[in-house]
Design a protein around this ligand. Structure first.
Ligand code: FE
Ligand code: FE
Ligand code: MG
Length: 170
């Protein structure tokens, strides 16, 4: 119970907890989407894609850890049931049912773009009001921006490989 730490929050603490609970659900779903995607991935540049998805999965789980620690500091309760994650989530879950690397990359880029908007919003809402949550959101946002960049770079390389294949076939 960090009482002074909570007193310095210059906005409704319940509101901060509420947005963090939603982000927490997002992180678990993102973690699982990456983790499973890395297991099932098929297609060209498979090794590079698997390495990236595996690394991102670990980052998303670390984000869940960061977010839940802050929820608890603020006296809140993290979403305790996995079945509630989709209800709380901002970004949802895109099941990796098509294991082709091209589809997996597209799905995860969508997820990252949503995550970027979520953390930018948390920064906007907490700016000057809750510097600790703001700082956590900034750290996570930096990772999400890097994730999007990594995936779009992979997507470009993959497009080149797929085009070369078409070229060879002609
Ligand atoms: Fe994340
Ligand atoms: Fe991410
Ligand atoms: Mg990466």
């Amino acid at each position: 119970m960090g009482t002074r730490g909570r007193e310095i929050v210059g906005m409704d603490v319940k509101k901060v907890v509420e947005i963090l609970r939603k982000a927490y659900a997002d992180e678990w779903l993102a973690y699982y989407q990456y983790w499973l995607g890395a297991k099932v991935a098929k297609g060209p540049m498979k090794e590079a894609v698997i390495a990236e998805l595996t690394q991102h999965a670990a980052d998303e789980l670390r984000h869940a850890d960061m977010v839940t620690s802050r929820i608890i500091q603020l006296g809140g309760t993290p979403v305790s049931k996995p079945e509630d994650w989709p209800k709380f989530s901002n970004c949802g879950y895109d099941a990796p049912e098509d294991p082709h690397v091209k589809t997996l990359i597209e799905q995860n880029i969508k997820g990252e773009q949503c995550a970027i908007s979520v953390y930018k919003n948390i920064m906007d809402v907490t700016a000057t009001k809750d510097p600790v949550t703001y700082n956590i959101a900034l750290q996570i946002l930096q990772d999400e921006v890097e994730h999007e960049e990594d995936l779009q770079a992979l997507q470009e390389d993959l497009q080149d490989v797929l085009q070369q294949k078409v070229g060879v076939g002609r």
